[in-house]
Write a protein that binds this ligand. Structure first.
Ligand SMILES: *[C@@H]1O[C@H](CO)[C@@H](O)[C@H](O)[C@H]1NC(C)=O
Ligand SMILES: *[C@@H]1O[C@H](CO)[C@@H](O)[C@H](O)[C@H]1NC(C)=O
Ligand SMILES: *[C@@H]1O[C@H](CO)[C@@H](O)[C@H](O)[C@H]1NC(C)=O
Ligand SMILES: *[C@@H]1O[C@H](CO)[C@@H](O)[C@H](O)[C@H]1NC(C)=O
Ligand SMILES: *[C@@H]1O[C@H](CO)[C@@H](O)[C@H](O)[C@H]1NC(C)=O
Ligand SMILES: *[C@@H]1O[C@H](CO)[C@@H](O)[C@H](O)[C@H]1NC(C)=O
Ligand SMILES: *[C@@H]1O[C@H](CO)[C@@H](O)[C@H](O)[C@H]1NC(C)=O
Ligand SMILES: [Zn+2]
Length: 453
């Protein structure tokens, strides 16, 4: 009973306190640590990140988008769209109609990005709000003809502290006021590829470093008096799986390389065939136990990876931990890109600030749900998207939210109250004859009269 009442009060309190708490213009800083696999939080001791989570919220697993690669998922976070709709369908792409190529070293042609409108653009178009960005993928590109008011050209050599310094300066400037900012860092992805996630000794060192960077970020926000008012989301694009020299799929053993062009490589190979039937027939049985081969129209529905010209006619999807090559040896011990159903491919999400509840944990949410949540916090009208705010309600201080456990508690509580009342009524009814109520009531009324008068 008490528990149920507590839940109810909690909900009402969270609902009402949230509305009055932030009258100032809401602001949001979105941070990505590339390749931060969800279970690193359980495997490693990360005191600064745990501290951040303690007063905020944690989503243990984020169901990211297929393919689980960097550019596609960073764009899903800021658009709320699956890859087939936002158009960044891989880290390496080829457009047959224009013969254009996209790669991490050549990614600033707006052509690739203009199929969607990222949140920093919407933020600048609606009212007089300003965006800032330090190296988040796409933020140095003129998408829909707009770049963030403050941004840096991508350069992996620029240190994290330099990026944070810029972000803090921009957030601190009042003319114009920045309401949305995005920050990106390359680790622990780079080391995850190099060592593989099973090398816990080397990965532990890397994650201690990443944790210190989180500590540095929080300290910088505190020093500049931004910490209390700003909402901060820390998340990532994908996880990491262990690869091995013993798990290679050599395409050259099955088909001559002249028969097709390999647009994107492992673990999801994008194949542009000369003769589709020929190539498909030869690859179908290449490594049936360790790799799936799909014609574009056979790609499973759950991947939401079909309706885009940039998705090639045949894709090969390696099983977890397998690597597709022409004929080479293994070039990295960790990789990602695999089926987004594997927990190893999932990132996490943590958030802190006036818009978020304190001490709340959620098992999962979809990566496309982050965008409507961010729009809600900033008071922006979202673009059409594939996410839903309802999945994020429990994270937000201004939303009414009951989870399954609470709902069951409330139902049991109500049933108990009803049962108790029924029992009381039955007892009263049974006792009625012996009480002779009418005479007593009369007596009481007579007794009370002098007092009232
Ligand atoms: C935006 O800013 C301009 C110039 O500062 C101002 O004239 C205009 O009224 C502002 N618009 C809104 C919607 O606040
Ligand atoms: C990238 O940043 C490094 C370190 O700040 C700098 O030395 C280098 O000149 C920059 N490269 C480019 C192309 O701007
Ligand atoms: C870590 O990486 C280094 C070289 O990059 C390697 O020599 C070492 O064996 C790795 N593992 C551990 C546990 O240090
Ligand atoms: C923030 O701006 C104020 C003035 O607007 C300035 O005094 C202060 O030094 C700035 N702080 C940082 C960390 O840039
Ligand atoms: C494509 O390959 C199939 C099967 O190998 C073959 O029957 C067909 O004639 C080829 N088509 C062309 C246009 O070469
Ligand atoms: C791998 O393929 C390349 C290009 O087709 C070829 O030059 C090379 O000899 C091959 N290496 C092996 C080990 O088969
Ligand atoms: C995702 O959202 C876009 C924009 O609303 C829509 O066109 C598309 O059909 C949606 N995709 C799915 C799988 O619902
Ligand atoms: Zn990445």
């Amino acid at each position: 009973m008490n528990v149920v009442l507590l839940f109810l009060l909690n909900g009402i309190f969270a609902c009402c306190s949230g509305n009055s708490a932030h009258e100032a213009t809401p602001r949001l800083l979105l941070v990505s640590f590339d390749g931060f696999r969800a279970d690193y939080l359980k495997t490693y001791n990360l005191p600064y990140l745990q501290d951040f989570i303690k007063d905020g919220v944690l989503v243990e697993h984020v169901n990211n988008a297929f393919i689980t690669k960097t550019f596609p998922n960073h764009y899903s976070i800021v658009t709320g769209l699956y890859e087939e709709t936002h158009g960044i369908v891989a880290n390496t792409m080829f457009d047959a109609a224009t013969k254009k190529r996209f790669s991490p070293f050549s990614d600033t042609d707006p052509f690739w990005w203009d199929e969607a409108v990222p949140i920093w653009v919407t933020n600048q178009l609606q009212e007089n709000k300003t965006s800032a960005a330090a190296m988040w993928p796409g933020t140095d590109v003129h998408i829909q003809n707009i770049v963030p008011h403050f941004f840096m050209k991508y350069n992996s050599s620029v240190s994290f502290s330099k990026r944070v310094e810029n972000i803090v300066t921009w957030l601190n400037s009042s003319d114009p006021p920045v309401t949305f900012a995005a920050l990106y860092w390359e680790e622990p992805d780079a080391s995850g590829h190099k060592y593989g996630p099973e090398d816990t000794k080397n990965m532990s060192n890397v994650l201690q470093e990443v944790d210190k960077l989180i500590g540095h970020l929080v300290k910088s926000l505190k020093v500049s008096k931004l910490w209390e008012e700003i909402n901060v989301i820390i998340t990532s694009d994908h996880g990491m799986a262990q690869c091995s020299q013993d798990r290679l799929i050599k395409l050259d053993d099955c088909i001559e390389p002249q028969a097709y062009t390999l647009i994107d490589t492992s673990p999801v190979a994008a194949i542009l065939p000369r003769n589709e039937t020929y190539v498909y027939d030869h690859l179908k049985n290449c490594s049936p136990n360790h790799m799936k081969v799909y014609r574009k129209e056979e790609i499973p529905e759950r991947y939401h990876y079909h309706y885009n010209e940039r998705i090639q006619p045949i894709i090969l999807v390696a099983d977890e931990g397998w690597t597709i090559v022409h004929n080479e040896t293994l070039h990295r011990l960790g990789d990602h890109g695999y089926d987004n159903a594997f927990p190893s491919m999932h990132p996490f999400l943590a958030a802190h600030g006036p818009a978020f509840r304190k001490g709340y944990r959620l098992k999962t949410m979809n990566i496309v749900d982050i965008y409507p949540m961010m729009c809600h916090i900033l008071g922006l009208t979202p673009q059409p998207n594939n996410g839903s705010l309802s999945n994020a309600k429990c994270l937000l201080a201004d939303q009414w939210c009951i989870d399954v456990a609470e709902a069951i508690g409330i139902v049991i509580g109500v049933l108990m109250v009803l049962a108790t009342l029924t029992c009381l009524m039955i007892i009263m009814k049974n006792r009625t004859p012996s009480l002779r109520p009418f005479s007593r009531l009369q007596l009481q009324e007579e007794d009370d009269d002098p007092l009232i008068g």
